[in-house]
Design a protein. Structure first.
Length: 374
């Protein structure tokens, strides 16, 4: 079985070997004609597979998903009120950016504990809204985009890093969408994707924030969008090995049937965990409602009375023991919950994970729990 269940960097696509990088444009400028062609291939494959509408710009930017989100926050916010939603650690980072770094005065924060969502109906269509589509560290996703108004005046800024390529995103509801290569398609780190709707472009071209912007955040020049950023002319130098790996992952996604098959594969992994949870009883999902359960970052909590009665430090030690045991056995790597999350397990179920491997790790989890709790 494949033991790679890390939530980032995530499992490579089935059958991946280093030979997949043989055509990488190493030793050449990313600004050369073939270099730009490679970068543009990433953009066009992304548009085709995800069904991103014409008129939406797609850029490759520095700093992974974090860099993508930061570019949007620092370049666009301040034109109107801001609503920021947080129900896990990365959402809370955006709260920190907006309230403590940008210090925007007209800001409303809607938070929920791990396992739950804030009240989405409280979001104002007159405000910009920032949220994660899928909480990577909580395993909680928004069930749909119905709560986003079609008549909104504000922008929707969506951190979709563990949702893109595994969940259906309603592009007409979203204005800024970000993710990183190392998530659902198992690419390499350091690079982010940034998608802008025409409304987001209009904001960039009509609003100048009253704060300095570092070079890697600047998307306009002379009041106009720097179109080259969205045509493969990256702001800084990308790794052409990582670019080649991204192309490989996208071509694989296309070859297996595109987005519908990627979603099916990920949902199949979630279904395997749902089926086992109904039989094993010692664990449950951290997500409180079934419709909010993530099919990528599948977060579990231990509900067996003997373990649940322990204090948090003891629970964390028990989980660490299980994770360490399975890593030593070579059957599951990096499955302990995120450091800021409640003690539990986090198993990546994205499209590059085979359901037979998910079923195998569940067998091992039952065995490890029974052994360690005896």
């Amino acid at each position: 079985m494949n033991p790679h269940f890390s939530s980032g960097p995530c499992a490579k696509r089935p059958g991946w070997q280093p030979a997949a990088l043989a055509d990488a444009l190493v030793g050449r400028s990313h600004r050369s004609k073939p270099g730009k062609a490679k970068l543009n291939e990433v953009i066009e494959l992304t548009r085709s597979i995800l069904g991103i509408p014409d008129g939406y710009r797609i850029g490759i930017v520095p700093g992974s998903d974090t860099g993508s989100v930061e570019m949007a926050l620092w370049s666009m916010l301040g034109a109107r009120g801001v609503d920021v939603l947080a129900w896990e650690s990365f959402g809370k980072e955006w709260v920190t950016d907006i309230t403590k770094q940008l210090k925007l005065p007209d800001t409303r924060v809607f938070e929920a504990p791990y396992g739950e969502l804030p009240d989405l109906t409280k979001v104002s269509p007159d405000h910009d809204v920032i949220f994660t589509w899928n909480g990577t560290t909580s395993g909680v996703r928004v069930p749909n985009g119905d709560w986003i108004s079609d008549q909104r005046e504000g922008l929707t800024i969506c951190d979709a890093t563990s949702a893109a390529f595994a969940m259906q995103l309603p592009w007409n509801k979203l204005d800024v969408i970000t993710w990183s290569w190392q998530k659902v398609l198992g690419g390499e780190g350091a690079h982010g994707m940034l998608v802008l709707s025409p409304r987001a472009v209009a904001r960039l071209e009509s609003y100048t924030p009253d704060r300095p912007l570092p070079k890697i955040f600047r998307m306009t020049k002379g009041g106009k969008l720097i179109e080259g950023i969205f045509e493969g002319e990256t702001i800084n130098t990308p790794s052409m090995l990582a670019v080649e790996d991204a192309i490989d992952g996208l071509r694989w996604a296309q070859s297996v049937g595109g987005l519908p098959e990627l979603i099916r594969r990920s949902e199949s992994n979630l279904a395997a965990v749902v089926d086992r949870q109904g039989k094993s009883k010692w664990f449950d999902f951290l997500a409180q409602r079934p419709e909010t359960r993530s099919c990528t970052s599948i977060c579990l909590r231990i509900v067996a009375p003997k373990i649940a009665a322990l204090d948090l430090e003891q629970q964390a030690k028990f989980v660490k023991d299980i994770a360490s045991y399975l890593e030593k056995e070579g059957v599951a790597y990096d499955i302990a919950s995120y450091r800021d999350a409640p003690p539990g397990l986090r198993i990546w179920g994205g499209a590059t994970v085979e359901t037979k491997d998910m079923e195998a790790i569940l067998d091992w989890l039952d065995y490890a729990f029974n052994t360690k709790s005896a």
